[in-house]
Design a protein around this ligand. Structure first.
Ligand SMILES: [Zn+2]
Length: 275
């Protein structure tokens, strides 16, 4: 079984209301960091899980209908925070990224796809099918900005279906062993967005990347649900609750696995202090 190394960073953040992320709490403005993971595999090289924002967000939300997105979501991203520039500071060139695992196609997860010309895109078939032909308002309703997609996306995409997956992990369900070596297991975490995928990473410490199944750690630790208002943007509220419950149970039975909700400032600070 191969072990990989993993670093978590954030590429920008948006302003969010704490009471939306955790129902019946204070309506304080908090930062929703757009985190991504940089994974280094001893054989398969550099891999990303999501990319966070890039400044393209500003460019592509100038005009209607995507201007609605920018008005509803105040985004802060400086160029040096973008994944491409952050990795360059560490001597990793954009061409070195071999794979990008896309949890789902919301704009804060795919903002940097165009920056990595050699990457193969790994996503679930269900997630891609849900957005691929969407334009205008129907794209916006899915939090999807089509211009963020590389023009050659289709030819570089590996679209996964879990139907034929044979491995299972308790509470995570069917998993796809990406490199057939136990280093990265992909699991289905639908509900927030159709076909969302999480990743269980076999690093020094096991890490479970859950994308938007939990926004903050209180969601999965205490089963503290977001405000019902966020249902408007979710694919399936019932599916979301089922996925969150599975992560909650997984955490209880695997307390040593570090769970990373995509937007949690506490988790990000804990990790960046260790890195
Ligand atoms: Zn999302």
């Amino acid at each position: 079984m191969h072990k990989v190394s993993l670093n978590i960073a954030s590429a920008g953040y948006c302003e969010a209301n704490r009471a939306h992320a955790l129902r019946k709490t204070s309506r304080k403005t908090i930062r929703f960091y757009a985190t991504y993971a940089h994974i280094q595999h001893p054989v398969h090289g550099h891999i990303l899980y999501d990319t966070g924002y890039t400044q393209r967000f500003y460019e592509y939300t100038k005009y209607f209908p995507f201007s609605i997105y920018a008005k509803a979501t105040i985004v802060h991203i400086r160029q040096e925070e973008e994944a491409k520039y952050f990795l360059l500071q560490k001597g990793i060139h954009p061409e070195d990224i071999k794979y990008i695992i896309i949890s789902h196609f919301h704009a804060d997860h795919i903002g940097g796809l165009q920056d990595f010309p050699n990457a193969e895109f790994i996503c679930s078939d269900a997630a891609y099918e849900d957005v691929k032909d969407k334009q205008g308002l129907s794209a916006l309703r899915r939090g999807f900005i089509p211009n963020l997609m590389p023009t050659d996306f289709q030819s570089r995409a590996r679209r996964l279906s879990f139907d034929s997956a044979t491995k299972e992990v308790r509470y995570l369900g069917k998993v796809i062993d990406l490199f057939m070596d136990g280093s990265i297991l992909l699991c289905q975490l639908g509900g927030h967005a159709k076909g969302q995928i999480g990743a269980l990473i076999n690093a020094d410490k096991k890490v479970l990347l859950v994308a938007d199944t939990a926004w903050l750690k209180q969601n999965y630790i205490d089963l503290h649900l977001p405000s019902p208002i966020v249902r408007l943007f979710f694919d399936s509220w019932k599916g979301y609750k089922a996925s969150l419950y599975r992560i909650h149970e997984y955490h209880k039975t695997n307390p040593d696995t570090l769970i990373v909700p995509c937007h949690c400032e506490d988790t990000l600070r804990q990790l960046t202090n260790q890195q």
